[in-house]
Design a protein around this ligand. Sequence first.
Ligand SMILES: Nc1nc2c(ncn2[C@@H]2O[C@H](COP(=O)(O)OP(=O)(O)OP(=O)(O)O)[C@@H](O)[C@H]2O)c(=O)[nH]1
Ligand SMILES: [Mg+2]
Length: 201
Amino acid sequence: MVFGRSSRNKRPVEPVTLKILVAGGFGVGKTTLVGAVSEIRPLRTEEALTEAGRPVDDIAGVESKNTTTVAMDFGRITLREDLVLYLFGTPGQDRFWFLWDELAQGALGAVVLADTRRLEDCFAGIDYFERRGIPFAVAVNCFEGADRYPAPTVRAALDLDEGVPLLLCDARDRETVKEVLIAVVEHALARSADRRQKAST
Ligand SMILES: Nc1nc2c(ncn2[C@@H]2O[C@H](COP(=O)(O)OP(=O)(O)OP(=O)(O)O)[C@@H](O)[C@H]2O)c(=O)[nH]1
Ligand SMILES: [Mg+2]
């Protein structure tokens, strides 16, 4: 094959790949979020919710939900030509907590999804990332029918540190989810620049 000058000069850029976790309580929309932005067919590990699980799997507000993630979701999004995110959605049920440490290995940052109808479900995710020093952003998934609260109100309810980004999103909508992912990446990069600067002074 003969390459022209222009194609020779345009060497494909090797993108930087970053790993981002998508966490949050049961049924908050993690699998939906990964599916909404992924440019590859997302890998899912969904199993049917069963009658036996009814007492523990509270689907109030997401009555159409009939499956749950049992290992992880995996997707990919190219934010820029030279920046690719690998998204790992965690399982929401408490009995899969043992998978989190595995999934969190090498993560640059995380999104904690929250639903204002059951805000307390995201506390465990926030605690997890705070304790491990993994930068995260909180994204409120605005379900129809849920009361809307301004971001500062949610921030206060969650007692978030000032620097933690808090955004409102619709997990089904690619654009709003992209904004959340950009916020996490910017936050994580700013934090690591801060740390480097502190280490050198
Ligand atoms: N109305 C509305 N429904 C949503 C939204 N996001 C998710 N859903 C629905 O809510 C249900 C739960 O979504 P999932 O994406 O499976 O939630 P999940 O957090 O992955 O759940 P687990 O893996 O079981 O913890 C599904 O039936 C979705 O169709 C949203 O933004 N708005
Ligand atoms: Mg899921």
